[in-house]
Write a protein that binds this ligand. Structure first.
Ligand code: NAD
Length: 480
């Protein structure tokens, strides 16, 4: 959406620091207008049958997939992930559309007997109204349809606010939905600062739900700003996933999996392996293979094939990762590999950090407790299963966790005892469209994906119906 301010801001390529494009710098006034437009359009949209609403969303999925290469190049240019990962991000965006469209004929309620003859009670799911979707920069395509597709199928209107680092692919996705003839005002996108545009969207009485993916800090602020109107919030926040390798694990597979779960998207994924715990008997052999694998990662121009890792998204992110590593080393952690910015040919500009591994980390160090969100693995050994489960659960975060073992009893014990919204056993993510993606503790409130995530997009309403020919006077508890 254009801004009444007439101002624009630049979007930079994190690999080169060149300007990719610019977008409008929207204001609080723009946010109010977008919400009013969404409110008016939603009142008509809710009367369109769900199966028809789903058709639009299904077609959007096809359009996104058809334009995958073009959209993936935009993702790589604005976010810095290798093209092959950007294609997955875009494919994910298409799959969210398909999945939520498939739920249109499964919007179930409950029918119950009433408290008198010829009375019945219906519990129905009805659209919420206007939803605000606030998205982060790390999956700039998939996060958009993860919020938009369920909203549209449920009969809601939506106002989207993408991260200012990565608004470009979101703009393109909204153009695609408009090209399909979505009613004017039903889907709106505002680019601009979270502190003004985002804040206005959250505070408005028109907004019935804010679904936000981002940091704990901003999530807490949103919850506070939403509270005067008692607006629903769904928050998908940070993580500090423990990656546990038990002594009987297939070590080659565990190494490859730990590597992917850490260095995927340069470590900037909420379910990333943020701390690797390896059982004593396997520790040395795992460490040797893991360090060799990390040294073998190919870091470079994310548009080139064969590259495993691109730059970090922004200078602030680079500085934050750098200072986390420095603090850990100052506190006694040992660098096994990495620990510096990348320099030399190809790295003169951009936000590059070497894949890093640290050992001798203690449980109370920040590197083990705080989200790093970068290509850094803190590695430590453990003895017993009870001990490592205690380490794992000792975190204010509770999003993802990983367990590698060949013993089903160990796996199931971990699955029950790990207090996280997700446990991946002998496999890595990402989460699927039909799994519920939700964090425990400070990792979030509510979640996305699956029918449970879809439920957040509805209000639940009870209808009491008397269909008798000669209604009787009301009575309460006749047999009391
Ligand atoms: P962020 O919290 O800085 O920003 C997220 C969004 O909130 C952005 O669009 C931003 O503009 C907006 N925002 C900022 N201040 C706001 C305010 N006062 N009111 C309303 N909106 C505001 O997060 P980020 O740096 O973009 O993303 C990285 C974080 O996201 C990490 O912590 C990561 O773990 C988390 N994340 C979580 C999940 C998940 O599913 N749980 C997925 C991806 C990323």
């Amino acid at each position: 959406m254009e801004s009444e301010s007439g101002k624009r801001f630049d979007v930079l390529n994190p690999a080169t620091e060149e300007v990719v494009d610019s977008v409008p710098e929207c204001t609080r006034e723009d946010a109010k207008r977008a919400l009013e437009a969404a409110d008016a359009a939603q009142r008509l949209w809710e009367d369109v049958p769900a199966s028809q609403r789903a058709r639009l969303v299904l077609k959007l999925g096809d359009l996104i997939e058809g334009e995958r290469e073009r959209l993936a190049r935009i993702v790589t240019a604005e976010e810095g992930k290798p093209l092959k990962e950007a294609r997955d991000d875009v494919q994910g965006a298409a799959e969210y559309c398909r999945y939520y469209a498939s739920l249109a004929r499964q919007i179930e309620g409950t029918v119950l007997p009433g408290e008198a003859k010829d009375r019945t009670i219906m519990i129905l799911k009805v659209p919420l109204g206007v939803v605000v979707g606030i998205t982060p920069w790390n999956f700039p395509a998939a996060m958009v349809t993860r919020k938009m597709a369920p909203a549209l199928v449920a009969g809601d209107g939506i106002v989207l606010k993408p991260s200012s680092y990565t608004p470009l692919v979101a703009v393109e996705i909204v153009k695609l939905v408009e090209s399909l003839g979505a009613p004017k005002g039903l889907v709106n996108l505002l680019t601009g600062p979270g502190s003004t545009v985002g804040d206005e969207l959250v505070r408005s009485p028109i907004t019935q739900m804010v679904t936000m993916t981002g940091s704990v800090e901003v999530g807490a602020r949103i919850m506070e700003s939403a509270s005067p109107n008692l607006t629903h919030v769904v928050l998908e926040l940070g993580g500090k996933a423990p990656f546990i390798v038990w002594k009987d694990a297939d070590v080659e597979w565990a190494v490859r999996s730990a590597l992917w779960a850490r260095y995927w998207n340069a470590g900037q994924t909420c379910i990333c392996n943020e701390r690797t715990y390896v059982q004593d008997d396997l520790y040395d052999s795992f460490k040797k293979k893991y360090v060799a694998a990390v040294e073998g990662l190919r870091v470079g121009d994310p548009t080139k094939s064969g590259v495993d890792m691109g730059p970090l998204v922004a200078r602030e992110q680079l500085e934050s990762v750098e200072s986390s590593v420095k603090r850990a080393v100052d506190e006694g952690a040992k660098l096994l590999v990495g620990g510096t910015r990348l320099s030399g040919p190809g790295f003169e500009r951009g936000y590059w950090y070497t894949p890093t591994v640290l050992e001798d980390v203690d449980q109370d160090m920040d590197i083990v407790q705080k989200e790093i969100f970068g290509p850094v693995t803190p590695l430590r050994s453990f003895d017993s299963l009870d001990e490592v489960i205690e380490y794992a659960n000792d975190s204010e975060y509770g999003l993802a966790s990983y367990m590698f073992t060949r013993d089903v009893r160990t796996a199931m014990k971990a699955a029950h005892k790990l207090r996280f919204g997700e446990t991946y056993i002998n496999q890595v993510g990402p989460e699927t469209v039909h799994g519920y993606h939700a964090g425990f503790r400070k990792s979030g409130v509510g979640g996305d994906g699956s029918k449970y995530g879809f439920d957040h997009y509805f209000s639940i309403k009870t209808v009491y119906l008397d269909y008798s020919e000669s209604p009787e006077a009301p009575y309460i508890f006749p047999y009391a």
